[in-house]
Design a protein around this ligand. Structure first.
Ligand code: NAD
Length: 474
C-alpha cells in the first residue's frame, strides 16, 4: 500500500533498542513510520526491565564495594544505611529520563507512536488493541518485527509464588531477602546475584553445567568465579533444581547433582535466570509467510528479511545472541534495506559484556570458538598485575587477551576480565572489524596510565616485544 507521499508506510512492532533504532533510522531515510509498543514510551525490556535498571543497581552496589575496599588504603567509612526507596527512586529516574527522551526523539522525527498490543489481521494488516480498550487497524507496506524475548521458565516446575522471581521481579527490588537462590549461572544470575549479595542477601547459585557462564573462555571466567566464591554463600555447579515447593517462610528447593538427590533447603526468594525465549508467538503470524526455526526464532536472511518478503525481523526474536546492541545494528540494517540501500547484517564481532565485578567482556573469535571450529590461533595475554593503572585502582585481578591468526598476526578476537572491561572491549571490536594486525595495535600509542594499554601490551606480547613482560632472549 502506498501513502500520499508515495512511500509505503512502515510499521515497526516492538520499541526496544532494535525497534526504536529501526524506526528512527527509517524516518531519517525519509520513510513514513509507525512504531508500536505496549509501554508509554520507546525503550523495551532493555530500558524498562533489563540493561538500564540492572546497570543502575550494579553501579550503586559497586560504590558500596569500593567503600569497603577503601579500608585497605586507610579510608574507613561507617556501615552504609540502605534506603531502598531512594535506590528504587534513582533507578526509576534513570529509566524515566531515558524513555522520555526516546519519546521526544520519536516525536521530533515524526515517527508515529502507537501504544497497544498488535496482532495480524492478515498478511498486510495489523490490529492494535489500545490500553483505553479501543482498537486501531493499520495496513502496512513493510513491517519490522522487533518483539524481543521473555524469560524462560524451569521445565516441569510450575510453582506460582511472589517469592519466585524472574529478572523483572528481581529488578523491582521490593525487599532484600535474607536468602536468595539463583537458578542459572549466566548473565542475569551473576549480575542480579551480585546486586543482592552486596545488599546483604545470602546468595546460592546453582548452575547445571560444569562452570559459570558456559561458553565463555575459562581464563576470563576464573578471576570472576574466585571473587564470586567469596561474595556468594555457595556456587553449586553440575546441579539442577528438581523441585520447588512453597512452605512457611520460603520456597524449598531440592537439587540433583552428579546423580545424587539432596534434601534441599528453604530460600526466602528464588530467581530463575535460565535463559530467554523469543516472543515469536504473535497472534495471527500464521496468516503471513514468516517461518520459525526449531527453537522458535523467526528465520531471516542476511538483510533481516523473513520468508515473507515484506516482513523483516530483528533482535532477540530473530536469533542469538540476545543482546541489545546486536538488535540495534540489525534494526538499522533492516531500515536501510527497506529504504533501498544495499547493505547486510554481517558483523565480524558482536561484543558481549557481563557487568559483574570484575566485568567479563569478549568479541569476535574466542579461544573456545576457535577450538570448536578446529582453527589454529595464537593467544596473547597481558596480566593486569603488570599494569600501572590496574595497580593504582587496586585491581590487579584482570587479564586482557587477543586471539590472533598465527601467520598474519590479524586480530580475530579479544577478551578481557577486569574492572571496567566493558569499556575496553570496543577497541577489540574496531580491530576485528577493520582487520587490524597486532602491529597496528602495538604501534598505536595508547595513553598512560590507562587500562587500554593492556591491549597494546597484549599485541606487543604476541610480537615478543612487551615492555612490561620479560622474555628471555634466544
Ligand atoms: P544465560 O543463557 O546467560 O544463562 C542461563 C544459565 O542457566 C546457563 O548458564 C545455563 O547453563 C543455566 N541453566 C539452564 N537451565 C538450568 C537449570 N535447569 N538449572 C540450573 N541452571 C540452568 O541466560 P540469562 O542469564 O537468563 O540471560 C538471558 C539472556 O539475557 C542472555 O542470554 C543475554 O543475552 C541477555 N542478558 C544480557 C546481559 C548483558 O549483556 N550484560 C545481561 C542480562 C541478560
Amino acid at each position: 500500500m502506498i501513502d500520499e507521499t508515495g512511500s509505503s508506510p512502515l510499521v515497526v512492532l516492538g520499541a526496544g533498542p532494535g525497534g526504536y533504532a529501526a524506526a528512527f533510522m527509517a524516518a531519517d531515510l525519509g520513510l513514513q513510520v509507525t512504531l508500536i509498543d505496549e509501554e508509554e514510551n520507546p525503550g523495551g525490556v532493555c530500558l524498562y526491565r533489563g540493561c538500564i535498571p540492572s546497570k543502575t543497581l550494579l553501579h550503586a552496589v559497586g560504590v558500596l564495594e569500593d567503600a569497603r575496599r577503601a579500608a585497605r588504603w586507610g579510608m574507613e567509612f561507617s556501615e552504609p544505611r540502605l534506603d531502598l526507596e531512594k535506590l528504587r527512586g534513582f533507578r526509576d529516574e534513570v529509566v524515566t529520563r531515558l524513555t522520555g527522551g526516546l519519546g521526544q526523539l520519536a516525536r521530533q522525527r515524526s515517527v508515529g507512536y502507537l501504544r497497544g498490543r498488535a496482532s495480524f489481521a492478515d498478511a498486510r494488516t495489523l490490529k492494535v488493541a489500545k490500553p483505553d480498550g479501543g482498537e486501531e487497524t493499520l495496513a502496512f507496506g513493510k513491517a519490522i518485527l522487533a518483539t524481543g524475548s521473555r524469560p524462560a521458565s524451569l521445565p516441569g516446575l510450575s510453582l506460582e509464588s511472589p517469592r519466585l522471581w524472574d529478572a523483572s521481579a528481581a529488578l523491582a527490588l521490593r525487599e532484600i531477602p535474607e536468602s536468595l537462590l539463583v537458578v542459572g549461572g549466566g548473565y542475569i544470575g551473576l549480575e542480579m546475584g551480585s546486586v543482592y549479595a552486596a545488599l546483604g542477601s545470602r546468595v546460592t547459585v546453582v548452575e547445571m553445567t560444569a562452570g559459570l557462564l558456559p561458553g565463555v573462555d575459562r581464563d576470563l571466567v576464573s578471576p570472576l568465579a574466585r571473587r564470586l566464591e567469596k561474595l556468594f554463600l555457595a556456587i553449586r555447579l553440575n546441579t539442577r533444581v528438581v523441585s520447588l515447593e512453597e512452605e512457611a517462610g520460603g520456597i524449598r528447593a531440592q537439587f540433583e547433582g552428579g546423580g545424587e538427590l539432596d534434601a534441599g533447603a528453604v530460600y526466602q526468594a528464588v530467581l530463575v535466570s535460565v535463559g530467554r525465549k523469543p516472543n515469536s508467538d504473535l497472534p495471527g503470524l500464521e496468516k503471513t509467510r514468516v517461518e520459525l526455526d526449531r527453537r522458535g526464532f523467526i528465520k531471516v536472511d542476511e538483510r533481516r528479511r523473513t520468508a515473507d518478503p515484506d516482513i523483516f525481523a530483528i533482535g532477540d526474536v530473530a536469533g542469538e545472541p540476545m543482546l541489545a546492541h546486536k538488535a540495534t545494528h540489525e534494526g538499522r540494517v533492516a531500515a536501510e534495506v527497506i529504504a533501498g540501500r544495499k547493505v547486510a547484517f554481517e558483523p565480524r564481532a558482536v561484543p558481549a559484556i557481563v557487568f559483574t565485578d570484575p566485568e567479563v567482556a569478549w568479541c569476535g573469535l574466542t579461544e573456545t570458538g576457535a577450538r570448536e571450529q578446529g582453527r589454529t590461533v595464537k593467544v596473547a595475554r597481558f596480566p593486569w598485575a603488570a599494569s600501572g593503572r590496574a595497580l593504582t585502582l587496586d585491581r590487579p585481578d584482570g587479564v586482557t587477551k587477543l586471539v590472533l591468526d598465527p601467520a598474519s598476526g590479524q586480530v580475530l578476537g579479544m577478551g578481557v576480565v577486569g574492572s571496567g572491561a566493558g569499556e575496553l572491549i570496543s577497541e577489540g571490536v574496531l580491530a576485528v572489524e577493520m582487520g587490524a594486525l597486532a602491529a597496528d595495535v602495538m604501534l598505536s600509542i595508547h595513553p598512560h596510565p590507562t587500562l587500554s594499554e593492556t591491549i597494546m601490551e597484549a599485541a606487543e606480547a604476541f610480537l615478543g616485544e612487551s615492555t612490561h613482560i620479560y622474555r628471555k632472549r634466544g
